[in-house]
Structure formats: structure tokens, C-alpha cells
Design a protein around this ligand. Structure first.
Ligand SMILES: Cc1cc2nc3c(=O)[nH]c(=O)nc-3n(C[C@H](O)[C@H](O)[C@H](O)COP(=O)(O)OP(=O)(O)OC[C@H]3O[C@@H](n4cnc5c(N)ncnc54)[C@H](O)[C@@H]3O)c2cc1C
Length: 307
């Protein structure tokens, strides 16, 4: 039964030949495995279909948003009163490698777990530093995903995007900015990304890829249901990371329902499978923010995106 609280009608896209489902559960499409439904979940087959869909939403003032690998996403239990798009068609998952030019062009739907080792095997340096980060190319560029070894933005040369009216255009490196978990790409859809990479020995790159991958696996609760680091680190002058502040406040293990602050890494809020609601996760997040604000006067900014 469609959720009657949604204002987006279940038949909103009925006259368009675009694959979609009304009142579609989103939880299974996120790493947290929690949360409600999307009013409509659509999987366009190509850029032309996406453009038609985006224009329709624009004309009818219906909100539209895009889901990547769901690795940085917390969907509220109430769900999302919008058209949610997945770029999961093979047309959004192409990878073109040019070893001579040192470039890789990847569709927004490409999984980083596939792209990063492929770049190492091709002997192209510039992506192995983001080994082990779960994401699609679109989600990783939107968030400027990265960590101790660098961010994805460092290697981005050009990005193909779509406006909220469905127009496709490019943004080039000289007008792109990549900051801590953010970019100045304001277009709602990233479609394709060109990376500029440096030729290097593929065996050496594979070795580094594995080292970084296992470093991450051993220092973070990769096996637990999470969205990675929950909060952004505060400015350097604070002198502590978000994880250190949360740990020192004695919040490791703080639990609401099935949600808790990870014992392994205090900046991860993890969910016990099958026993956690998004409301539990949000309650833990709120408590952490309030505790750190009271103790240190610091407002921890959420890194995880809440829908
Ligand atoms: C175990 C674990 C470890 C993690 N470790 C790290 C880490 O080390 N470093 C790090 O930076 N992050 C880390 N993360 C968080 C996550 O991997 C990144 O934020 C990643 O960039 C999310 O990509 P995604 O495709 O899953 O995007 P989603 O979570 O699906 O979406 C995130 C945001 O990106 C937008 N988006 C998605 N696709 C597109 C697109 N094509 N065009 C425009 N916008 C888009 C969404 O609308 C949303 O606002 C981790 C997460 C987990 C679960």
C-alpha cells in the first residue's frame, strides 16, 4: 500500500517509460539498513531518460534527489517524500582507461571498490589513497571522500553534471574546489568524472592499495553497519578530532535501542542489524552533539547526510 502521507503521487511518472517503483523501501539500499520508503524510486536507463525525469520534477515542483551506494546516508523512519534516483543502469557504470594519457573516465554509478583496484592494475597513480572507502563515483565526488592519505578531489580533472532543469554541462578543474568533505559542485547530479592520473608501477600501486585497504579495515569498524565517520572533525585549533572528543567524553558504547557509539572508533555510530531504527541512530547522534556542546562549547557538524 502506498504511504498516504507522501505528497508525491504514486502515478507521478506513470506516463513516462522510465523504470520506477512507488513507495519503495530505501533501508536495504543504505549501509545502515534502516529507514523508511521513497515516494518514488526511479532507475533511468540513460542520461536522456534522467533528463526527462529531472525536467518533469522541475516543472511540477516535485523534489528529486540521488542515491549512491548509501554509505553516507541515514534515511529517517518517515521516509522521503520525493523522487529518489539511482544511477544503477550499466550506462552509468562505464569505466574508460587511457594508460597513455593517464586518464580514467568513470560513470557516476561506478563502485569505488571496482575503480580503485582497476586504476592500480592499469599502473595509474592518484586513486589508491582512497582504497577501502565504500562509495559510487558520484557520491564520492559529492562528498570529496578521503582520509589520512588524501581525498578523491585531488585527481578530478573534469566533471559532467546535470542541472535541476535537466541540462548537461561540464565543470573543469580550474573552476572546481574540493574542501574537507565538500565541493563547490552545486548541480544536483554528477554524471561522469574524468580523473587525471600519473603513470606508475602497477605492482607497487597494488601493494599500496592493499596496505591502505587493510590499514582502514583494522582501524575502523568496517564490518559493522555504519555510515563511516558520523561527524566532521572540528577546526585544527580545537586540537582534537571528533573521535577524540567523543572518546574523552566517555561516550564509547553509548546506546539507544540498537544504535551505539562504536567501541573501536568513537566517531562511528553503528547499528545492530535488525534491531535498530533510524530514530535510534538520530537519538545517539543528538546526544553526542549535545554532550560535546555542553562540555566543550563545540558544535560537532554531522558528516552523515540525513534524508
Ligand atoms: C564503513 C564505512 C567507511 C567509510 N569510510 C570513509 C572514509 O574513510 N572517508 C570518507 O570520506 N567517507 C567514508 N565513508 C562515508 C562514505 O563512504 C562516503 O561519504 C561516500 O562518498 C558516500 O558515497 P555514496 O555513493 O555511498 O553516497 P550516498 O551515501 O548514497 O550519498 C551521499 C550524498 O551524495 C549525494 N550523491 C550520491 N550520488 C550522487 C551523484 N551521482 N550526483 C550528485 N550527488 C550524489 C547524495 O544525494 C547524498 O547527498 C565511509 C562509510 C562507511 C559505511
Amino acid at each position: 500500500m502506498p504511504d498516504s502521507s507522501f505528497t508525491v503521487r504514486p502515478d507521478f511518472l506513470a506516463d513516462l517509460n522510465i523504470k520506477h517503483t512507488a513507495d519503495a523501501p530505501l533501508g536495504a539500499l543504505t549501509w545502515y539498513r534502516t529507514g523508511g520508503h521513497a515516494a518514488i524510486l526511479a532507475s533511468p536507463s540513460n542520461v536522456a531518460q534522467l533528463s526527462t525525469l529531472v525536467s518533469r520534477c522541475h516543472e511540477e515542483h516535485v523534489p528529486i534527489t540521488v542515491l549512491g551506494a548509501g554509505a553516507n546516508l541515514l534515511v529517517r523512519d518517515e521516509g522521503v517524500d520525493a523522487v529518489v534516483v539511482r544511477l544503477d543502469d550499466p550506462n552509468f557504470k562505464n569505466i574508460t582507461i587511457d594508460e597513455k594519457q593517464g586518464s580514467i573516465v568513470a560513470g557516476a554509478g561506478v563502485d569505488l571498490f571496482k575503480l580503485v583496484p582497476a586504476s592500480a592494475r592499469a599502473g595509474l597513480d592518484g586513486l589508491v589513497h582512497i582504497a577501502g572507502i565504500p562509495a559510487t563515483v558520484g557520491g564520492a565526488v559529492r562528498m570529496n571522500a578521503g582520509g589520512a592519505f588524501g581525498d578523491i578531489g585531488e585527481s578530478v580533472k573534469r566533471v559532467q553534471v546535470m542541472s535541476d532543469a535537466g541540462q548537461v554541462y561540464y565543470r573543469d578543474r580550474d573552476d572546481l574546489e574540493f574542501n574537507y568533505r565538500s565541493t563547490n559542485i552545486t548541480a544536483p547530479f554528477i554524471l561522469e568524472v574524468e580523473f587525471e592520473l600519473t603513470p606508475a608501477d602497477s605492482d607497487e600501486l597494488m601493494k599500496r592499495y592493499k596496505e591502505i585497504y587493510f590499514y582502514k579495515k583494522n582501524s575502523q569498524p568496517m564490518g559493522d553497519k555504519s555510515a563511516g565517520c558520523c561527524f566532521k572533525n572540528p577546526p585544527a585549533e580545537v586540537g582534537a578530532t571528533a573521535g577524540q572528543l567523543i572518546d574523552r567524553a566517555g561516550l564509547k558504547g553509548y546506546t539507544v535501542g540498537g544504535a551505539s557509539v562504536s567501541e573501536l572508533h568513537a566517531n562511528f555510530v553503528v547499528a545492530e542489524p535488525g534491531k535498530t531504527t533510524s530514530s535510534d541512530l538520530l537519538a545517539v547522534i543528538d546526544h553526542v552533539q549535545q554532550t560535546i556542546a555542553q562540555r566543550h562549547g563545540i558544535d560537532l557538524e554531522r558528516e552523515v547526510v540525513v534524508w
